[in-house]
Ligand binder design. Sequence first.
Ligand SMILES: [Mg+2]
Length: 264
Amino acid sequence: MKFDLSKRKCGVWDLDNTLLRDTHPDGFCFADHYLRAFADMARVTFPTLSDEDILHYREIGYTRLGASFLGFDEVAKDYGYDFDAIHDALHERVNLLWFERIIQNHPDRIRPCPDTVSLFESLSGHLRHGCLTHASIKNWGKPVLERLDIVRFFGPILGMPDYDFMSKHLSTRGLKKILDLMNADPRESFFVEDTIRNLEKAKDLDSSLLTVLVHHGRPPDRLPSCVDIAVENPKILLSALHEAHMSAKPRSTLSTRPIVPEMA
Ligand SMILES: [Mg+2]
């Protein structure tokens, strides 16, 4: 199946491992630093927990609820905390520790890709963008988009607290909210993610929403039916959108087959 990208005018983008590549060829990995920041937050908040306990609750949170810190629900009760009252603070704290860790030790790892920035720029009059992330907007989302030099191209930027901590793989609440805020028609929109289960859930909201998987050089062997398009990186998608919107000829389409990587 081919998709006419010239009809797609609104894009909803995930941030981590989508706009910001997570694992790099030299082994650097943002997620590793997130996990260290997470452990730092957990040790301070719940000082009796062992490292094994922290891993256990983190796994529960991520696997079942889509966010690591949500696994501390029961533990918080044992400490006498009202988890609903503190989970915002835990979420902000771990994101702040993560950002500080990166900026102090690896500041050059979040830097603009000039081609991507100029593609966003050239599509400004044709496309509108929103960012839907599980991260904190204040302590991770906006600072990262600023350092990537693309924050100005985004309208709504929503973090998990903005959609009641309902993970993208469990609920369409966040996606619906951002599409509503953008006044976007799903038939004219696309959703870009690195996580297949999030794209699968998005199809529950509206099957006409174009789903795009970013795989950073590691495409799945077989594309699940919930993925309309797979690309190696955002630049390839933006290039195809650019061609589609700028060209009068209707040849600017992407096939459902993973695209051969064309850049590092
Ligand atoms: Mg992601």
